[in-house]
Write a protein that binds this ligand. Structure first.
Ligand SMILES: [Zn+2]
Length: 284
């Protein structure tokens, strides 16, 4: 196995590792489109190619060695460094056949496969809402349905859309509700943030929690019959102060969160001016 070849495959390993790390850092929505086993196959294929290819090379008849110069080869010189090692009276030792199998190559391959496998295992492990037990998921949906029903003024069901059929990455929406209807959908990410707050009493991040509460408020106002997106946002922020408290926040924290949502509403809406709240909207 030539040194060049080993070096080439080392570059290959680093490239595969870079691809896997990039994959690991991608948002879950993008990751779920790409099968994990394909990446593992890529890493495995590289190692199989390395060892099987190396083995096949040794099976090939070695080129007839023509040794016109019995003196030191250039490579020997660079390795040994000096002519003083070479005594012309001594017979030239036979050119050592490079060993085809080296333990450090195996160690490197095993390490590469192990790193790729553990990264992919971590990446494919259920996380966020998918890691929440079905019992806790049902408990969370019941809590959110209760909040939505209170605002809607009629019984309503909040469902966390795990499959992304109604909301999420593909639909580019965090929530969905029929105006005046009794069914709302939230993304797993919004559900997870609200679960962390209501059940685990954790605020993952101020802005993320604020956003999740605002989305629940917004969809609840749709269920109540408000079709205007800007108004649903304004009423959602206002109701969010109570929702936040019902889910375990202090009044001042819940209010600060909704005021932050109101303050960033214009920039959050971007070019979607229909989501802008009326200019006289206030959160108290
Ligand atoms: Zn809406």
């Amino acid at each position: 196995m030539s040194a060049d070849r080993a070096r080439l495959f080392r570059v290959g390993r680093i490239a595969v590792l870079a691809i896997v790390i990039t994959y690991f850092l991608l948002p879950y929505g993008v990751r779920s489109w790409f099968p994990v086993w394909l990446l593992f196959l890529l890493a495995l294929g590289l190692e199989v190619d390395f060892f099987v290819g190396g083995w096949l090379r040794t099976k090939r008849p070695a080129p007839a060695s023509d040794a016109p110069d019995r003196g030191p080869q250039q490579r020997d010189l660079s390795e040994l460094g000096s002519w003083s090692y070479w005594d012309p009276s001594e017979p030239t030792p036979p050119i050592a056949v490079e060993p085809t199998f080296r333990w450090h190559h195996v160690a490197e391959a095993v390490a590469a496969i192990a790193i790729v496998a553990s990264l992919l295992y971590l990446a494919s492990r259920p996380s966020g809402w998918n890691a929440v037990s079905s019992q806790r998921q049902a408990q969370t949906e019941a809590i959110l349905s209760r909040e939505a029903s209170t605002i809607a003024n009629h019984p309503a069901t909040v469902t966390c859309d795990k499959k992304g059929d109604y909301v999420g990455f593909v639909q580019d929406a965090d929530g969905l509700a029929e105006v005046g209807g009794n069914q709302a959908f939230l993304t797993p990410s919004i559900c997870n943030t609200l679960y962390q707050l209501a059940v685990k009493h954790r605020v993952q991040s101020f802005s993320q929690t604020a956003r999740a509460i605002a989305v629940l408020g917004h969809e609840s106002w749709h269920l109540r019959g408000v079709g205007n997106e800007g108004l649903a946002n304004c009423y959602g922020f206002q109701s969010g102060v109570q929702i936040g408290q019902n889910l375990g926040l202090s009044k001042s924290r819940a209010r600060a969160m909704m005021q932050e949502q109101l303050a960033t509403n214009a920039s959050d809406s971007g070019t979607n001016s229909q989501y802008r709240v009326p200019s006289d909207c206030r959160v108290r």
